[in-house]
Design a protein around this ligand. Structure first.
Ligand code: GRF
Length: 200
């Protein structure tokens, strides 16, 4: 089977990138790691594994659309089949989402549609839910609204702080992101409306 050529987008530490690299998914080739921040530790992880990196600082661009158009241009030569968002701290403009329609996935540290946006672990603690979790989903033009590929539950205990909860969430993320990417890249699933179903 042909491998899917993917880009991993990360703005920070890149522990999810590391989990994806370590999982050695047979149906994926990480063609490039992209960041909007030149000091993102994710870039170091990529370099350690001889994965090409691209950085475009978002400062100095008039609009999200201008920035995303530049990103599209820079990534064009990589001939990508899939964009994997792994802690990419920018909202994608419709320009980008349309350019890679149905080919962008994201991981979110909550059970969507609960607690979209930022600081999801804090939102879950403040709301007082007993369970939160992790969602891997396709990206559409909304914020954290696309069809859901996989979810996993994390229990919130009385002793949990934002920090301990984030640690538990991260652990689960590192397990389910590679699994979800394997499903996506091996053609085992199909999207029907809002539902992502296993092909029979
Ligand atoms: C993760 O919690 C992910 O759910 C969110 O950003 C965080 C990235 O963490 N979208 P890391 O950089 O992969 O460690």
């Amino acid at each position: 089977m042909n491998k899917m050529r993917v880009a991993v987008f990360a703005s920070g530490s890149g522990t999810n990138l590391q989990a994806i690299i370590d999982a050695q998914i047979q149906t994926i080739e990480i063609a490039v790691v992209f960041s909007n921040k030149s000091d993102a530790y994710a870039l170091e992880r990529a370099k350690t594994h001889n994965i090409p990196v691209e950085v475009i600082d978002h400062k100095g661009y008039e609009s999200r659309e201008d920035y995303d158009s530049e990103v599209i241009k820079v990534l064009e030569p990589y001939k990508l089949d899939l964009i994997i968002l792994a802690g990419y701290m920018r909202i994608l403009s419709p320009v980008f989402v349309r350019a890679y329609k149905g080919k962008i996935v994201n991981i979110h540290p909550a059970l969507l549609p609960c607690f979209p946006g930022i600081n999801s672990a804090r939102q879950a603690l403040e709301y007082g839910v007993k369970y939160t979790g992790v969602t891997v989903h396709f990206v559409d033009e909304g914020v954290d609204t696309g069809p859901i590929i996989l979810q996993s539950v994390v229990e919130i205990e009385d002793s949990d702080t934002e920090e301990t909860l984030l640690q538990k969430i991260h652990k689960v993320e590192h397990q389910i992101y590679p699994k979800a990417l394997e499903l996506v890249s091996s053609g085992q699933i199909e999207v029907k409306g809002r539902r992502v179903l296993k092909k029979s």
